[in-house]
Design a protein around this ligand. Structure first.
Ligand SMILES: Cc1ncc(COP(=O)(O)O)c(C=O)c1O
Length: 381
């Protein structure tokens, strides 16, 4: 268990922030790295050509450590949608094949598949929730049932973004391989808080926006690309992703070859001088804490919250069916109108998605925050 890390963050004592699923706060040292990076751009003579590569390479290595992959397998992307669009451009889908998604899945992991289905004459198979008011009795068996020889791809999260409903990705990965289906994962709502191992899961693509559980800046994320797709077609063509781009004087000696591995899929301006040092600083801290330790600490916190919310009539899925870090609380009826705003007026921050109130803590939360959450909830409900 990791002791409370609030001192590393800029969170006043009377703020109870339980909204990492929306956006994590930045640590002091991540803000400092950003400030330093902005100041550097005020004096561009201090930015030299190797700087276009060294910090991004460090970020690739650190993100690789988080998911048990090599730096070579990682591309730098601005958003989850960029990652899913890259995957959609590279996975073969034939007329009449199917693509599997979940009901109420995050839109950046649905729209590209809808477009692809229209373009190719394929069909989207949406796995419904098993309970009308949110919650579920386990997604995994129903996902496994939906995958067959006609499945072109399966596009999933590790846990559902509305209520934390957990998916056994090792089992899904195996079923995909048995049926020749590609596996595309949006791990934005889990990476950094839930262990993830590409060697065990063997996804084709895994995509993470960095501003939630990776505690990084907005507009910087990472894309894992399995080796078999690393000769694929990038969304755009930029100079940095091409072979020998380190040699600025030779850039107009145009190259048809790319930088090695997944780097061909990097977004333009991947050097991202302001955001990249921030992401690196945040990733270093996550790895120092250790994802398993973060998970264990947040599991205890969400279990306490679920237990204390139960007498107020709020229910949660069984712990084995939800991700440890991500609590979705359900209401006996509809979610009361304006609930997040009413809680916010009392310095309690959560979010509502669908029929679920997401309570998503991190290491900065303490017992006083939980007391405030429960007290304010009992007042407004
Ligand atoms: C599951 C999930 N994926 C991705 C994102 C962010 O998507 P994008 O980077 O395309 O804006 C979010 C944001 O809420 C999310 O909840």
């Amino acid at each position: 268990m990791i002791p409370c890390q609030r001192h590393l963050f800029d969170i006043p004592d009377d703020i109870a922030y339980f909204n990492c699923a929306y956006m994590s706060p930045l640590m002091h040292k991540v803000v400092a790295a950003g400030r330093e990076a902005v100041a550097l751009k005020a004096q561009p003579w201090q930015i030299s050509p190797p700087d276009f590569f060294t910090t991004p390479e460090r970020a690739r290595t650190l993100f690789g450590q988080l998911i048990h992959a090599q730096a070579d397998d990682i591309a730098i992307i601005p958003s989850c949608s960029y990652g899913t669009a890259t995957a959609a451009q590279n996975i073969p889908v034939a007329k009449g094949q199917t693509m599997v998604v979940l009901q109420d899945q995050f839109p950046s992991n649905v729209y590209p598949w809808r477009e692809l289905a229209t373009d190719r004459g394929a069909e989207i198979v949406t796995i419904p929730r098993s309970m009308p008011r949110g919650g579920n009795d386990g997604w995994t068996p129903r996902i496994l049932n939906a995958i067959d020889q006609n499945t072109a791809l399966v596009a999933l999260p590790h846990c559902h973004w509305t209520d934390g409903g957990l998916i056994d990705l090792v089992a899904v990965g195996q079923r995909c391989r048995e049926n020749g289906a590609a596996l595309v994962l949006d791990i934005t709502q889990s990476i950094g808080a839930l262990p993830f191992d590409v060697e065990a899961i063997q996804p084709d693509f895994a995509i993470a926006a960095g501003y939630k559980w990776m505690m990084g800046p907005y507009t910087l994320g990472f894309l894992y690309v399995a080796p078999k797709y690393q000769n694929g077609r990038p969304l755009e063509h930029n100079w940095i992703a091409r072979k020998d781009s380190e040699n600025f004087a030779g850039l107009v000696d145009y190259k048809s070859e790319f930088q090695p591995g997944a780097r061909r899929f990097d977004m333009g301006e991947s050097a991202n001088f302001t955001a990249m040092p921030m992401a690196v600083t945040a990733l270093e801290q996550l790895l120092e804490w250790g994802v398993e330790n973060i998970q264990e600490t947040l599991a205890a916190m969400t279990a306490t919250i679920a237990e204390r919310a139960a007498p107020l009539g709020l229910w949660a899925s069984a712990p084995s069916l939800r991700a440890d870090h991500f609590l979705g609380l359900g209401f006996p009826g509809d979610v009361p109108d304006g609930l997040p705003e009413r809680l916010g007026a009392n310095n309690v921050y959560v979010s509502v998605r669908g029929q679920s109130m997401r309570v998503t803590p991190h290491l900065f939360n303490n017992e006083a925050d939980i007391d405030r959450l429960i007290n304010v909830l009992s007042d407004v409900l």
